[in-house]
Design a protein around this ligand. Structure first.
Ligand SMILES: [Zn+2]
Length: 240
């Protein structure tokens, strides 16, 4: 088994030669507008989360592409997507990172600030999967047992990288948006990934329903600040 672990380390530790690929996921869309801005409730003129997330994601994509990073968006228009469709996209293209962009809301409309969630795969039990005979990620030339260990090791590495990306995200947002809005890195059972295995985070860029912050989020200057911070964190993570 020692040999297997050495092999695992050698394989997992191998430097990636290809251009890194990031999947950006503008939250909500279509029939799912997400949270609402501080304007007149229920009116089309009011800023909705689905518009804000797309506007920011498009800018993040442009910045990353300028720096030689390949980017795909889960949506580029106002369409409805399920959570699973979003992560399936990332899996299909074998993304290096998955970043979902959202905006917050609070029942009293008094909260403000930004936070980043480390997304986790919920309750994946490697041994149970193996017992059920489910196929692990197929790897040419790697036998099934080592494949199992690889899956496990990679999941651990993905979690670590996601936490690192989340920390960088908060740092970059702090620089642009001020330390008082820093709500920190979070992880909870409501923010789970459905299926994706790459390092994945969800950033809540601010409270769209807050009377002041919500208004700021509708402004081009704020959206540019946020996009710069998110792109910077992703670039830093990929450069490491
Ligand atoms: Zn959302």
């Amino acid at each position: 088994m020692k040999l297997a672990i050495a092999l695992v380390v050698a394989l997992v530790g191998a430097p990636a030669l290809a251009t890194p690929l990031v999947v950006l996921d503008p939250g909500h869309g279509g029939s799912n507008p997400g949270a609402e801005g501080p304007g007149a409730k229920g009116t089309a003129a009011n800023l909705h989360e689905k518009q804000l997330t797309l506007a920011i994601a498009v800018q993040v994509a442009a910045k990353l592409r300028d720096h030689g990073i390949a980017v795909e968006l889960t949506r580029t228009d106002d369409r409805t997507l399920t959570l699973r469709q979003r992560t399936e996209h990332a899996d299909r293209v074998n993304a290096d990172l998955f970043v979902s962009i959202h905006a917050n809301a609070s029942p009293t409309r008094t909260q403000r600030g930004y936070e980043t969630y480390v997304l986790t795969t919920k309750g994946v039990d490697i041994d149970a999967r193996a017992l059920r005979g489910e196929a692990m990620t197929p790897r040419p030339g790697v036998d099934a047992e080592i494949g199992l260990v690889l899956d496990d090791v990679e999941r651990g590495a993905a979690q670590w990288e996601a936490a690192d990306l989340a920390a960088r995200m908060q740092r970059a947002l702090r620089e642009r948006r001020g330390a008082e809005g820093d709500r920190g890195v979070r992880q909870d059972s409501d923010h789970v990934l459905l299926g994706a295995t790459m390092p994945s985070v969800l950033v809540e860029v601010g409270f769209i329903d807050h009377p002041i912050e919500g208004k700021q989020l509708g402004e081009a200057a704020t959206q540019a600040q946020l996009a710069t911070a998110i792109a910077e964190a992703i670039e830093d993570r990929l450069a490491d």
